[in-house]
Design a protein. Structure first.
Ligand code: 1CP
Length: 351
């Protein structure tokens, strides 16, 4: 097993910004930077044969994790994996269909279905991600921080019940109304698995962990307060209460949940992720004591370089130089020109 003794980071801007310390410049990285836009990624993906093979081969996952650091100059690496490895580790395997995305051949919609699942044991069921983190840590050699991540329980619930991606996740949402007891039981089991998993990620070298609540925006504020926020709170509290993990910053990104910014800002987390519908000044008022991450519209990267630079300047001015980690408001789109991604990154770094 590679040695993972703590190494002093040469560039710890993301971590210092996350903790609210003063930074010389705004740090920048991109959600979904590791698996979408680079020809170099597609070459490794081809060599692996499939997404799942790539994600479960630690050496290859580590290689594509480091690519954006080398090729784009981002201030952080995010481990190459997927949020759906947690359901799989709980006993619900997924398949990745080319051009379509993930599918669960079996779904979890009743208490009887739930009985077939266990709480994920990270070392036993997710050891390949932990090994990828350890190898990545070595490859990075302290150049930039390594970010771990997991899906927020409600977003994972969506995929486990619906069985696939959806615009409305109406099967998942229906269960919140028709069988809230079951919904809470499944959410709790996902939460317990996620706490163990994120702790293990930190143990394997993750310097910060981000929760992706990608489908938060389909819930009403009341439903969000009932079915999503309490589970995110449990995760934040559990990590912060653990003496070996508590120092690790936590980012909560709840896409579309503009109504929940204030409540998320009061969680035991360090950074609140914003999508591009969320106004910077308003978000500062709602979340006065935490670092904000985001939030350029990913479509800005389709524009000409001059416009990308202008939009970046506007974003940086709106957030101010401190307590901000520059990013897009959601993952970079797969058909984005990597040169335009570099324009975005350089515009932040040279501001
Ligand atoms: O892209 C990267 O930086 C690599 C790591 C990464 C991350 C952070 C992947 C690899 N997936 C994710 C997170 C993820 N996965 C989220 C949360 C972030 C977000 O909202 O974008 C979600 C919702 C998923 C689920 C998922 N996995 C989808 C969406 C399905 C839908 O329609 O609802 C898809 C298409 C995937 C597949 C996937 N995950 C990652 C890659 C590179 C791919 C493409 C598969 C391939 O290469 O064949």
């Amino acid at each position: 097993m590679p040695d993972i003794c703590p190494m002093k980071l040469q560039n710890d801007l993301v971590l210092r910004a996350a903790r609210g310390e003063t930074v010389e410049r705004t740090p920048v990285w991109l959600m979904r930077q590791a698996g979408r836009i680079l020809a170099e990624y597609r070459a490794v993906r081809e060599k692996a044969g499939s997404f799942i093979k790539l994600a479960t081969t630690p050496e290859l996952a580590a290689e594509v994790t480091v690519q954006p650091v080398d090729l784009l100059g981002v201030d952080a690496a995010i481990i190459f994996s997927d949020i759906l490895v947690v359901p799989e580790a709980m006993g619900l395997p997924y398949e990745m269909i080319e051009q379509r995305g993930p599918v669960f051949p079996r779904t979890i919609r009743t208490m009887a279905d739930l009985d077939s699942l266990h709480i994920a044991d990270p070392e036993e069921h997710l050891g390949y991600v932990l090994e990828a983190l350890r190898i990545t840590k070595q490859l990075l050699a302290g150049r930039v921080p390594l970010l771990g991540f997991a899906g927020a329980p409600f977003t994972i619930f969506c995929y486990m019940t619906e069985g696939r991606g959806s615009k409305t996740f109406s099967v998942a949402k229906k269960l919140l109304y028709t069988d809230p007891t079951f919904a809470h039981a499944l959410l709790q089991r996902i939460t317990d698995s996620t706490i163990a998993y994120l702790k293990a990620q930190v143990g394997a070298g993750a310097d910060l962990v981000q929760l992706f609540d990608s489908w938060a925006g389909i819930l009403s504020p009341e439903q969000y307060n009932t079915f999503s926020l309490p589970y995110i709170r449990q995760i934040c509290d559990a990590l912060k209460a653990d003496p070996t993990v508590g120092h690790t910053p936590i980012t909560v990104f709840a896409k579309g949940a503009f109504f929940a910014r204030q409540a998320i800002g009061q969680l035991n987390c360090d950074v609140v992720g914003l999508d591009w519908n969320m106004d910077a000044a308003e978000s500062r008022l709602l979340v006065p004591n935490k670092t904000l991450q985001g939030n350029l519209d990913p479509c800005v990267l389709y524009a000409e370089p001059a416009q990308i630079r202008a939009e970046v300047a506007q974003m940086l001015a709106a957030f101010g130089p401190q307590r901000h980690i520059a990013n897009l408001g959601h993952g970079v789109y797969p058909d984005t020109n990597p040169d335009h991604v570099r324009v975005f990154i350089d515009a932040v770094k040279n501001a």
